[in-house]
Design a binder for this molecule. Structure first.
Ligand code: KMH
Ligand code: ZN
Length: 291
């Protein structure tokens, strides 16, 4: 099974997303300050990668290029987390704006491998856009994480690799996003079927949306996978218990991974494993540049 045998667990935190309103979840990090504070706490709790959606001054999702750049810079300044920007954005974002995310020079980005019903909406990812985005990651030397919401997306991933070659970094890493209304269900059976269909040598994490967060996390650990957790995916900690904040979810993931004998992967290990380009400016370079 792809991904079996990893001695440690990559924990990705997805702290914000594009769907939840701040009014409905007061601890959702929506300002740059809140995001950086959440990132620092989540790194200390065991996360090695952060999946980032940015909000504007009214806490609405945005792909504003300046905010994206500032966010990448602030996260690099205050953490060593792998910064993965969302190219999915919010429902209705234009393809041009989503391709423009790469201009912010993140370490990594999400890359959804197909269209999927998304509640009452449709998350559009037609083949030509997927190809453009993937070629963009190769040219920009950004590590893609292939987001798979459905089994058909796994077939598209095979096609993408056949047509366009290997990703930047040389390592195919996927994220099964499970339990979205319209996508594959967050069940052990669906997870096992999706993992069995992945390309040979691919690694994978899994994220369970809503109430599927816990069963997906436990199944992923049992099947040798990695974990994505955070308030983008769930606002419920247990039945009838709301999530306090992102770090609570990362702490639980780190405990579960440790219990499964595959403790959290360090940031350094994750950077090497995924083949992330070193974009940290040498110390003093900025100060010299502005002199
Ligand atoms: N907000 C969803 C429409 C991604 O970040 O790449 C898309 C999404 C996937 O969250
Ligand atoms: Zn996302």
């Amino acid at each position: 099974m792809p991904g079996m045998g990893s001695a440690s667990t990559l924990i990705t935190v997805a702290p914000t997303g594009a769907e939840t309103a701040k009014a409905d979840a007061p601890t959702l990090p929506v300002t740059l300050g809140e995001l950086v504070a959440a990132a620092e706490a989540c790194q200390a709790a065991g996360a090695a990668m952060i999946h980032v959606h940015v909000r504007d001054d009214a806490a609405r999702p945005t792909l504003d290029p300046i905010r994206l750049r500032d966010t990448v810079a602030a996260l690099r300044e205050r953490t060593s987390l792998i910064v993965q920007l969302s190219t999915g954005g919010a429902i209705g974002d234009s393809y041009a704006d989503r391709l423009g995310v790469l201009d912010a020079e993140p370490d990594a980005c999400s890359l959804t491998c197909g269209t999927v019903n998304f509640g009452d909406d449709v998350f559009l990812n037609p083949w030509p856009f997927v190809v453009d985005l993937y070629r963009g990651t190769q040219e920009s030397q950004v590590v893609p994480e292939f987001e798979l919401f459905d089994l058909g997306h796994v077939a598209t991933l095979h096609r993408l690799l056949d047509v366009c070659g290997p990703p930047y970094g040389g390592h195919v890493h996927c994220d099964l996003v499970m339990g979205v209304p319209g996508g594959m269900p967050g069940t052990p059976q669906a997870l096992v079927a999706a993992v069995a269909a992945l390309p040979a040598g691919a690694s994978w994490s899994a994220a369970g949306v809503g109430r599927t967060a816990l069963p997906v996390m436990l199944t992923a650990l049992a099947a040798g996978g990695h974990l994505r957790v955070g308030m983008e995916d769930t606002l419920s900690y247990a039945r009838g218990v709301p999530v306090q904040d992102n770090v609570q979810l990362v702490e639980r993931a780190a405990q579960a991974a440790t219990l499964a004998q595959r403790p959290p992967m360090t940031v350094g290990q994750a950077r090497t494993w995924l083949g992330v380009k070193d974009r940290h400016a040498p110390r003093g370079a900025h100060a010299e540049g502005v002199r």
